[in-house]
Design a protein around this ligand. Structure first.
Ligand code: F0G
Length: 466
């Protein structure tokens, strides 16, 4: 008999915390087909038909797979116009998981911004935050107010590894609060910070924001699309939270906020939905008026009863540690494979996506030729994979000078839908990108704009080869 000392006990590998009950076929295509399709789409990946895409990493928003429990909740939806039980189910989940007593349903995250900002922002205001997401920036600039980015400098160097690259810089924040206090209605903190690479904000930093807000008498809003992923990183990286549950950390995070906006299409794992939650009854009353005008009555706000039920269930599932571990480890796996190939990515790897540094990937291209968009088109041509540009196209023109804005980071984002793709899909993406990286010196021409909208142009822009 083998003695225990002679046994070689292998550590069990990591595996997903779910099994698959329903599948949806996807189709490969030829390079020739893709060349025609992308040209016809004006070299804009948003304009492709989804069946022209093999692996779709355009976004992790609304693209997740709902669970058996969420689908059964769909059957229990109460479609009453007013006072539906589904509204109360959502209210309970928001109160239990997030700790807010008042809320308004909206059809998605940007609708929550639209309603809330209609109450809080006026022309000439200044809105400090950590790299505002594009719809947030759009809703601020549309009201002739100015978003000011107070993210720490480390976030803008993709080679630096910092555990909380979503953090706000206390000096930048206090400077703007000191110099423009009368013009600042609130501070907005995006958790995780999408635009800087799905990077988390620490509890310590959230507490700092709260203190400064209190000192200057300001409201704090969390843009909470990926709040649960933020909590997961806090558990893993911040001192004192290793042994705390995700739910505990979530409550600790939100204790620093007065209001939250939520795109439930991310961490509540639904295909459509959102909300605003707040502590103030008065703010709820003011926002209700705009909700009724823009979204729908205050107990459904653009959502059907079944969707509110699935969202409520998603808030519980999305804050389970095993789910988050499965999700974020898969994103990390793709990131690690790319790093092993020497491909430049934003480090450390974020929660929902891998961000490839296109400036460092394609140094031969001028910024005027949209490096990240060029790379995204190359990846589509290589293997039918759809990523998205987070760079100069997304940054839009300056609203006053109408000049192109070139952000410090020019990134191609590969966002991973929740519970949708397997590790084999990640391998295909990694190898496809490696093949492009190996021939990067041959890519000498980028893209130019042919036609564009005045705001949020990236969705519809038409491009051609430069
Ligand atoms: N805030 C953040 C941080 C987001 O990432 C998004 C959407 C929104 C607000 C707006 O929410 O789409 O429900 O209206 N992000 C998606 C993305 C579109 O691909 O990152 P929405």
């Amino acid at each position: 008999m083998l003695q225990p000392s002679n046994l070689c006990i292998m550590e069990l590998p990591f595996a997903e915390s779910y099994k698959i009950k329903m599948v949806e076929p996807i189709r490969k295509s030829s390079r020739e087909e893709r060349e025609t399709w992308i040209r016809d789409a004006g070299y804009n990946l948003f304009r492709l038909k989804s069946d022209q895409v093999f692996i779709d990493l355009l976004t992790d928003s609304g693209t997740g797979a709902m669970s058996d429990k969420q689908w059964s909740e769909m059957m229990l939806g109460d479609e009453s116009y007013a006072g539906a039980s589904s509204y109360y189910k959502m209210k309970n989940a928001i109160s239990e998981v997030l700790g807010f007593d008042h809320f308004l349903p909206t059809h998605q995250g940007r609708a929550a911004e639209n309603v809330l900002f209609s109450v809080l922002i006026k022309e000439g205001d200044i809105i400090p935050g950590n790299t505002h997401f594009d719809t947030t920036k759009g809703h601020i600039e549309f009201r002739k107010a100015v978003p000011v980015d107070c993210t720490i400098d480390e976030a803008f160097d993709t080679t630096l590894s910092h555990p909380f690259k979503g953090n706000l810089d206390p000096l930048k924040l206090e400077n703007i609060l000191k110099s423009h206090s009368d013009k600042i209605p609130f501070i907005i903190v995006t958790v995780t910070c999408n635009s800087s690479g799905g990077q988390p904000v620490s509890i310590e930093n959230l507490k700092m924001v709260r203190q400064l807000a209190d000192k200057y008498g300001k409201i704090v809003i969390f843009d909470s699309a990926r709040f649960a992923e933020n909590a997961y990183f806090i558990k893993l990286r911040e001192d004192g939270f290793k042994d705390k549950s995700i739910r505990y950390i979530v409550r600790e995070m939100f204790s620093c906020a007065d209001v939250m906006t939520m795109s439930a299409k991310k961490d509540a794992i639904v295909n459509m939905g959102g909300f605003i939650a707040m502590r103030s009854k008065e703010l709820h009353a003011k926002a209700s008026m705009f909700n009724i005008m823009f979204e729908g009555y205050i107990t459904y706000g653009g959502m059907s009863g079944r969707d509110m039920n699935a969202l409520a269930q998603g808030l519980y599932e999305g804050t389970e540690f095993e789910y988050l571990e499965t999700r974020i480890r898969q994103v990390g796996y793709l990131g690690q494979r790319l790093m092993d190939f020497g491909i430049p990515v934003q480090q450390p790897i974020g929660g929902h996506a891998v961000f490839v540094d296109a400036k460092r990937f394609l140094p031969n291209l001028a910024k005027e030729e949209f490096q990240a968009q060029t790379l995204a088109v190359e990846l589509y041509l290589e293997a039918g994979i759809r990523g998205v540009e987070i760079g100069a196209l997304l940054a839009d023109r300056d609203p006053v000078s109408r000049e192109n804005r070139y952000p410090v980071l020019e990134l191609m984002r590969l966002a991973i839908p929740r519970r949708v793709y397997t590790y084999n899909h990640m391998d295909v993406v990694a190898v496809a990108l490696k093949n492009i990286y190996d021939r990067r010196d041959t890519i000498r021409k980028g893209l130019k704009i042919v036609d564009e909208a005045p705001i949020m142009r990236h969705f519809t822009v038409a491009l051609d080869l430069a």
